[in-house]
Write a protein that binds this ligand. Sequence first.
Ligand SMILES: *[C@@H]1O[C@H](CO)[C@@H](O)[C@H](O)[C@H]1NC(C)=O
Ligand SMILES: *[C@@H]1O[C@H](CO)[C@@H](O)[C@H](O)[C@H]1NC(C)=O
Length: 210
Amino acid sequence: MRFSSILASTAITGAALAKDITVVAGKSGLTFEPAEIQAEEGDIVWFKFWPKNHSVAQSTFDKPCQPAPNGFWSGYVPQSEAKASDTTFAIEVTNASAPIWFYCTQQQHCQNGMVGVINAPANNEERTLETFKEGAAEEEENVEPTSEAGTGGQLGAAQQSGSPSGSPSGYPSGTPSGGAAPESTGAASPLQVNSLAISGVMGLLAYFAL
Ligand SMILES: *[C@@H]1O[C@H](CO)[C@@H](O)[C@H](O)[C@H]1NC(C)=O
Ligand SMILES: *[C@@H]1O[C@H](CO)[C@@H](O)[C@H](O)[C@H]1NC(C)=O
């Protein structure tokens, strides 16, 4: 009895620890900030896009400016005002042991260092953000995915700040059905969001914007 209630509270604590991580794209030049992210399983990484017209796509360490097979892809998120677009792109980290390398597909942004990594391999001097950037600088082409914008994540969901539990609301706690994502693509899996929840958030944002 006692043991199971300890287990239950541990499970609850674990769930509550899932956190929102914000990555800002293009706010200070051709950068993702932070470019190196540590995330736990269940964490949601939110990409927020500043002017003028950036994107984020998953790549691989070996081919920094080319789409990873079945990787995520935000599509382009143009923004003309000097602030982040209301369109965000969010991915859930489902395997904290799998590094997730990513880049901006616009023009030469990848080659110019607009790249990043979630959970870079620990104690691996060959596979760091810096060596990834060096690899990117040598790429001849910056290749955009052919998949649909929003693939592998949630496009357009506004981040809920100040959510009481600290949990990434709007996201299901479990992994989406359909089993594990292909190993080669690492840890991001498609997310499903209740569209009612989103329109609620949007409504709230619109309210505060007034
Ligand atoms: C954003 O960039 C993409 C790729 O270069 C381009 O196709 C699209 O027209 C751009 N959108 C705007 C609004 O500039
Ligand atoms: C998580 O990623 C690691 C490293 O890529 C891989 O070896 C492992 O099989 C993955 N685990 C799951 C459950 O997919």
